[in-house]
Design a protein around this ligand. Structure first.
Ligand code: PMP
Length: 441
């Protein structure tokens, strides 16, 4: 692998050597680092990415999720260029594209009666939690262990991202900022109910926030009826159900995971696909009684949730997102990308069996997971070795083993012309024809 990089990626190495002087860690994006050095990309089209040295890669990273239609999708590009030619990227004032995307999302997800576009998935979650606290008058938030909801202080504290660099992404965050957040084991409705019950005496639960396909975009899959169980418990204990659909929105179905699982959340967080691959990929929406709590203008009214963002809902992102959602609908992209995911997963399973490899492959449509079983525990709870006053302790050996295997896998994929997300997740897109998938296999 090292030889491959040295021979074929000399141009990338050159950029990286200089980038290290000016950029912390040499890359601007957490996902862009791979060993022995990051590859620098110049061109993207459909299912493929091309690096600095002209090498072609099959793109299963999809920028971390936004490009379900494939890279540099012509209709989105044309819409963006048209807008740039007329009003430029931003005015800070109302543009019709904002209405177009909000109306379109409502068509796709009927319970999202109102939608406010924000700067990122992280911001969407921050807004949803704030609204939940105002709407319920309760303080506490419950999240599902291992779930990723962005890097805000209250959500990232104590996060155990398998494969993450520091194991606990909580350095620099005082513990108190996490004081109102509890974590429960996935697939464990009893534990969730216990917390909901205890929380009645501790300020009440404002929201239960979940990734509906399971923590870490379904890396820890959840039972089919798990979300329904959470819905029922939220209703019983007066908490809002917040679906983090940053990854699943417009991916697992046009109507997101809420359509896929047939569960209606109170609030939905958006990101990624919602801006069609452009920045400013975020937003939160839901029933009027909740989403309507987001203040517009100077907050003179009581009980309004303040949200902001200079470049949030800029017309470029709003129009790109609107165009992407329309194209996903028109081309049936969720289903087609899902079928490509099934084909990839089936093929991977055959290879695993044929060569007796220590891996497991599974998917939720176009979200494909390929995990090393040596470092993988099917039972998420074994990541924890006990309880402490601050929550659950971490089994570091398992985490380190997984991180190392992911790094090695990521480098091996890259050397073989496949870009993945952190060496263990592969997003498929509309551009992934049978030929692309078979070539990857
Ligand atoms: N929620 C989920 C489920 C995510 O996967 C992510 C990003 N990977 C976020 C929230 C945060 O989104 P952003 O990176 O746009 O802040």
């Amino acid at each position: 692998i090292l030889k491959y990089y040295d021979e074929k990626c000399a141009g990338s190495r050159k950029i990286y050597e200089e980038a290290k002087q000016y950029i912390p860690g040499g890359v601007q994006h957490n996902l862009a680092f791979n060993k022995p050095f990051p590859v620098c990309f110049d061109r993207a089209e459909g299912a493929y990415l091309y690096d600095r040295d002209g090498n072609r890669y099959i793109d299963f990273l999809q920028a971390g999720g936004p490009t379900i239609l494939g890279s540099n999708y012509p209709a989105i590009r044309d819409a963006a260029i048209g807008l740039l030619n007329t009003c430029g990227p931003v005015t800070g004032l109302l543009h019709e594209a904002e209405l177009m995307i909000a109306r379109k999302i409502h068509q796709c997800m009927p319970n999202v009666e109102m939608f406010r576009m924000l700067g990122s998935g992280t911001e969407s979650v921050m807004a949803a939690l704030r609204i939940s606290r105002i709407a319920t008058g309760h303080k506490r938030i419950i999240k599902i262990g291992g779930g990723y909801h962005g890097w805000s202080d209250q959500m990232v504290y104590g996060l155990k991202i398998p494969g993450s660099r520091n194991l606990m992404e909580s350095h620099g965050i005082p513990r108190k900022l996490f004081a109102y957040v509890d974590e429960v084991r996935p697939n464990d409705l009893n534990m969730l109910e216990n917390f909901l019950r205890i929380n009645r005496l501790r300020g009440g639960t404002a929201a239960v926030i979940v990734e509906p396909v399971g923590p870490e975009s379904g890396t820890r899959p959840v039972a089919r009826d798990y979300n329904q169980g959470i819905r029922r418990l939220c209703d019983m204990y007066g908490a809002l159900l917040v679906f983090d659909e940053v990854v699943t929105g417009f991916r697992v179905a046009l109507g997101g995971a809420q359509e896929y699982f047939d569960v209606v959340p109170d609030l939905t967080c958006f990101g990624k696909i919602v801006a069609g691959g452009f920045p400013g990929a975020g937003g939160v929406g839901g029933k009027k009684e909740y989403a309507g709590l987001m203040a517009a203008g100077v907050g003179t009214m009581k009980h309004k949730a303040y949200v902001g963002g200079t470049l949030a809902a800029n017309p470029l992102s709003a129009l790109a997102g609107y165009t992407a959602i329309c194209e996903i609908e028109k081309t049936n992209a969720c289903e087609k990308a899902g079928r490509a995911g099934d084909r990839l997963t089936d093929g991977l399973r055959k290879l695993i069996e044929q060569y007796s490899l220590p891996f497991v492959a599974y998917n939720q449509g176009s979200i494909v997971h390929l995990e090393c079983t040596g470092a993988m525990s099917y039972d998420y709870s074994s990541y924890f070795i006990g309880k402490s006053a601050v929550g659950l302790l971490l089994n570091k050996d398992i985490m380190i083993a997984r991180k190392e295997s992911m790094e090695r896998m990521g480098a091996a994929y890259m050397a073989n012309g496949i870009v993945t997300l952190a060496g263990s997740r592969l997003y498929t897109s509309l551009a992934d024809t049978d030929e692309v998938i078979d070539d990857a296999l």
